[in-house]
Write a protein that binds this ligand. Sequence first.
Ligand code: AOF
Ligand code: ZN
Length: 364
Amino acid sequence: MAHAIRLAERGRYTTDPNPCVGCVLVRDGRVVGEGWHHRAGEPHAESLALRQAGEEARGATVYVTLEPCSHQGRTPPCADALIGAGVARVVCAMIDPNPRVSGRGIERLRQAGIVVELGCLEAEARALNPGFIKRHEQGRPYVRCKLGASLDGRTALATGESQWITSEAARRDVQRWRARSSAIVTGVGTVLGDDPRLNVRLTAAELPGMDPEAPVRQPWRVVVDSYWRTPPGARLLGLPGRTLIAGIGPINETATALEAAGAELIRLPEHNGRVDLVALMTELARREVNEVLLEAGATLAGAAVRAGLIDEILLYQAPCLLGQAARGLFDLPGINTLADRIDLEILEVRHIGVDLRIRARPKL
Ligand code: AOF
Ligand code: ZN
């Protein structure tokens, strides 16, 4: 199963909106077939492993990181293919949270007399697909909030300088998080201040484990922009891939100009005069967005934390001090006593070049 998880990871930058899945077939203590899912619409991991094993699949044990599917989707059901190939035993790490499957694949295998075991390396398998799982279980994407700051937790004094606090190594690391995300979300303030591109600029060869020949997928770019203030000449509108602008205002001339510049507009309900962020995330999940990278300023980042939408904080800290005049990372009015604080759990701390990278989860 550990090997199947390794295989699944090779699809990290390409399977979206489908999950990363790996599969290994073993007979008489020997690997007779293996496979991993490459891209939505292409064969599932099990199907590739069966193809490789051929006749040797008969009587084999199947290790698969996700329950085999039972539905006729873009490809025929894997449970049927496994039954047809005559495998003896299926070990799967987790139930498929997709309601089209969710338990029915396992049921079908058992009905055919195949021994099914569930839960092997489940935590590791769940970690492969946090967005896919959260979207199906909760109807929301998994949201990482990326931040760059000084060691004293401050961003630059003036917007526009902020993107240059951390090192080149940290910026390359951010590129990898972008590449695995379904969508990059930012606020109109950042667009007006920094004119970011929010695209992936690494090649396939620079993405760990990715097939160097495969095309690099561009995540959707999403601007939270209540009253359509994004300039039609903004750099992110001129790039390959989709740009969505989420607002609350009526579709006026500026909105139409953005559409003409290639943006897709999403009108959403408001919350305190701004875009309702819960409604935005729900809408993105409805459009099969699994993982979101939020790259925003203190206002949007603070509002997202307040709304309970952040699953993970991804903080790069540069070895410098910016002092009192610089801004903090989260605009969180209403914290007046220590009891009001937002507690976090640190998941990981490591060096990225000269910077620190801290991953933490809000305990909400
Ligand atoms: C995958 N790859 O290896 C497995 C999947 O879009 P479809 O028709 O290919 O079906 C995708 C669903 O199939 C997916 O949401 C998941 O529930 C199930 N299993 N999917 O993309 C795989 N085993
Ligand atoms: Zn399948």
